[in-house]
Design a protein around this ligand. Structure first.
Ligand SMILES: Cc1cc2nc3c(=O)[nH]c(=O)nc-3n(C[C@H](O)[C@H](O)[C@H](O)COP(=O)(O)O)c2cc1C
Length: 161
């Protein structure tokens, strides 16, 4: 059976991927990794310099893969690490690559300490015709111990019962 839920994510070090997989287990949705041709250094400092440059330049990293059939989904989770207080620029590339009109869009993120408020605000700004629901942010290493909290959030947003 095909799902009407998509869980799209970008993850550099794997923690947001782990969050995406936890959502997948609880919802039975389809997972999609957002991939770009941009190379990001593994280490924090050089990666941080590059991410900041991209943000200041309002740069759009090139996407190298596509969701096979976006029309099939009514609910799209979009996840990422927080980079410089908000979403990495590749998330903006993803927002701009599809028509999200009428879809429910739910942001999620992992970060050292910054919340998801900027991402929620940006999601609403970039996707004005989507129904953007309350997002969830977890601390980098907290995904494994947060299954209960994730389940509660999904219930509140009406994705699971
Ligand atoms: C380029 C870069 C910028 C970051 N900026 C922030 C930030 O502004 N605030 C924060 O709390 N964490 C920041 N972090 C930490 C990551 O958000 C955090 O470790 C996240 O869980 C990594 O997710 P990932 O494993 O999916 O890549 C940054 C990390 C990197 C590499």
């Amino acid at each position: 059976m095909t799902s009407n839920i998509l869980i799209a994510y970008f993850s550099h070090w794997g923690h947001s991927k782990e969050f995406a997989e936890a959502i997948q287990k609880l919802t039975g949705g389809d997972l999609f990794e957002i991939k770009t041709s941009q190379f990001y250094p593994e280490e924090h400092d050089p990666c941080s310099i590059q991410a900041h440059k991209e943000q200041l330049a309002d740069f759009r990293p090139e996407l190298i893969n596509q969701v096979p059939d976006m029309d099939q989904y009514d609910t799209v989770f979009i996840g990422h690490p927080i980079w410089w207080y908000r979403e990495p620029m590749v998330i903006r590339s993803f927002w701009e690559a599809y028509d999200f009109s009428g879809k429910t869009v739910i942001p999620f993120a992992t970060s050292g300490d910054v919340g998801i408020e900027n991402t929620e605000k940006d999601t609403k700004e970039f996707l004005p015709t989507a129904n953007v629901k309350k997002g969830m942010r977890l601390e980098t290493h907290a995904v494994a111990s947060s299954t209960g909290q994730i389940r509660e959030w999904l219930k509140k947003d009406g994705v699971i019962k």
